[in-house]
Design a protein around this ligand. Structure first.
Ligand code: AMP
Ligand code: MG
Length: 408
């Protein structure tokens, strides 16, 4: 048994982290460098090309965190104070008259000369409209100082950040109307297999519907890729060669199927003839066979065809590779350690990514973990990682990778 987190022996199989490191190294050397400038509203899902540095102090001036009264603490004698001005958000106040206070609302600039805001709940308006303060008053109270969030010149988002609603909001708060992002990675998706037909057609003998195509095309779109749907390629060398050759102007060819041991591997032959090929046997389950190579200079990743294998190898290997090509630094999903709600009596020589859920704080797994069963993943909320060469009794720790971490 291995302590959690340490990779075990995998014999001639390549450990998952070795495969990932190799893929990321190759992705680093072929990073997309072209960029485009987009309006802020259109950058969702894209990757920041340059560091975003603040050209502003945020907030630009001290402002009130409360509805209440601004005053100079040293002027307060305990007697009611005259209210000398009223300041709403969006207004430019007069300097505070000595010995008075100002009515102020949340977000309004604190007038020069004031060093404290007392909230209205601690203020009593007298019959003569002067205001008595009931609570203790302290310097800086309820004032959001200038530059509290950001000061001019501060690095706000590093290049390589994936942009989403929060980053868009942050950039807007700094006044950015547009941002430079890397151009989308262009990924061609092809599904290999004589047995495949598309949904909508009637099934003939021996045929199955192509599920990987739509799964990968949708997923890639979520990752901010430009997807070229290259359809189904039959198990035939000449067609494979021609169809690969048709894929012009793409950054990656992503295929599924045809990489299992013992099968006529036409993708592999085509790559060997017109590029280069590495066939990896990974210590991963579902998964194991994975092809990486080049066809006429274009990188190719060949994932195993079983839908759950496609899903797991895409999530853990192809996704980080694609994001890194896009310039993303943080490409690996977060995983959390949780107690297992199941026994794992027989150690395997491959790292398992079981489709599972968290229930009452424990990881439970779908009843059928066959690599052909995509339903397991639809039932699941995440992948439960069980290390190679390891047995487990319920209560022992496993890692859980939420599917939401890898789906976009
Ligand atoms: P392969 O990797 O080509 O040996 O395929 C392994 C298994 O996955 C076989 O049962 C295939 O029929 C199945 N498979 C391959 N590609 C797809 C696909 N695009 N959609 C659904 N199942 C597939
Ligand atoms: Mg096949």
């Amino acid at each position: 048994m291995n302590p959690a987190g340490k990779p075990g022996k995998t014999g001639s199989l390549m450990p998952v982290e070795v495969a990932l490191a190799r893929l990321l190294e190759m992705a680093d050397t072929s990073r997309i460098i072209e960029r485009e400038c987009l309006p802020l509203a259109q950058v969702e899902g894209r990757v920041l090309a340059d560091d975003l540095v603040s050209t502003l102090d945020l907030p630009p001036w001290p402002n009130s965190a409360m509805d209440g009264y601004a005053l100079h603490v040293a002027d307060w004698t305990g007697e009611p104070m005259v209210v000398s001005q009223k300041i709403f958000a969006g207004q430019a106040p007069e300097p505070l008259k000595m010995g008075t206070c100002a009515r102020i609302f949340t977000g309004a600039p604190v007038p020069a000369g004031a060093d404290c805001v007392e909230m209205q709940e601690n203020a009593e308006v007298q019959a003569d409209e002067r205001v008595r303060f009931t609570g203790p008053l302290s310097l800086g109270q309820n004032i959001r100082p200038q530059g509290q969030e950001t000061t001019v010149g501060e690095l706000i988002l590093p290049a390589g950040t994936r942009l989403g609603p929060i980053e868009q909001g942050l950039a807007a708060s700094l006044g950015c109307a547009e941002l430079d992002v890397t151009r989308k990675v262009r990924v061609a998706v092809l599904s290999t297999g004589d047995e495949l037909i598309e949904p909508g057609q009637s099934l003939g003998p021996g045929q199955i519907y192509n599920s990987n195509r739509v799964l990968l095309c949708s997923w890639l779109q979520r990752l901010g890729c430009e997807v070229i749907d290259a359809g189904i390629v039959p198990d035939d060398l000449e067609t494979t060669r021609v169809r690969l050759g048709d894929l012009k102007n793409v950054d990656l060819i992503l295929s599924t199927g045809g990489v299992s041991v013992g099968e006529a591997d036409f993708l592999g032959i085509a790559l060997r003839e017109e590029g280069e090929l590495s066939l990896w046997k990974l210590a991963i389950k579902p998964g194991k066979p994975l092809t990486f190579g080049h066809f006429r200079g274009v990188p190719v990743i060949g994932l195993p065809g079983n839908p759950a294998s496609t899903l797991v190898t895409f999530a853990l290997l192809a996704r980080p590779y694609i994001l890194r090509r896009q310039g993303v630094k943080q490409v690996e999903p977060l995983k959390v350690q949780v107690p297992a709600g199941f026994d794992w009596p027989i150690a395997g020589n491959r790292r398992e990514y079981l489709r599972g859920r968290l229930e009452n704080g424990q990881a439970i797994i779908y009843k059928n973990q066959s690599s052909g069963v995509l339903r397991s993943a639809a039932w699941a909320d995440g992948l439960v990682e069980v290390l190679e060469n390891r047995t487990l009794v319920a209560g022992g720790h496993v890692y859980f990778i939420p599917l939401s971490e890898v789906l976009d």
